[in-house]
Write a new protein. Structure first.
Length: 202
């Protein structure tokens, strides 16, 4: 029987064939790359709502009347990005498993941008050093699942309705993440019991 990846929204945890597997952000948090002391419930909720609205937006299915006014400017920023860049989403909110490295993650958006296959991660905060590691892990997830990915970006959606698209090109990023993943597995031989949210205030 083929193993399947399952995501529990309540605990924000992944299992693969019933066995716990860590998320990309769980690995990065555990190994000290992500600073969590500034996280807030409001920030987490805001990020979740922005992601949900943008998921509909990418598929031209967003009811603008349903958008919370507190996040409207950020969703408009995403709309502006799509209109100005010509980005075309092929997959959104896609959960994936890396079967050999045993980590999982959910990609915000995978699609075509300037004739290239790219992965884009939405951010509601400023750039951070760990973003490159996160996107390298997502790019590797795509590759491991035989999906072409030539570039990786973070899309920072600002409260004033503008956006900042940042490319991540450091070739060392993947090696650093996979090393962190190995350390995590060494410390958590049972795969870890992830009750940590994969959403981060960033």
């Amino acid at each position: 029987m083929e193993k399947t990846l399952a995501f529990d929204a309540k605990s924000h945890s992944y299992t693969y064939g019933g066995i716990p597997v860590p998320s990309v952000t769980q690995v990065l948090k555990s190994e000290g790359f992500i600073e969590t002391r500034f996280c807030s419930e409001f920030g987490l909720e805001r990020g979740s709502r922005v992601h949900e609205a943008c998921d509909f937006l990418f598929h031209d299915a967003l009811d603008w009347k349903s958008v919370d006014p507190r996040i409207l400017s950020r969703v408009r920023a995403c709309e502006r990005f799509v209109q100005e860049s010509g980005f075309r989403a092929l997959e959104t909110e896609k959960a994936m498993i890396h079967r050999s490295s045993l980590y999982a993650g959910t990609l915000d958006a995978y699609g075509m941008f300037q004739g290239r296959y790219v992965v884009v991660d939405l951010k509601c905060g400023p750039p951070a050093a760990w973003h490159g590691l996160q996107l390298a892990a997502y790019q590797e997830l795509l590759s491991a699942n035989r999906l072409k990915c030539q570039s990786r970006f973070t899309l920072h959606l600002r409260d004033n309705g503008t956006y900042d698209l940042r490319a991540h090109r450091d070739p060392r990023d993947l090696g650093v993440f996979l090393s962190a993943c190995n350390v995590f597995r060494r410390k958590n031989p049972n795969g870890g019991t992830s009750n940590e949210t994969g959403d981060v205030v960033d």
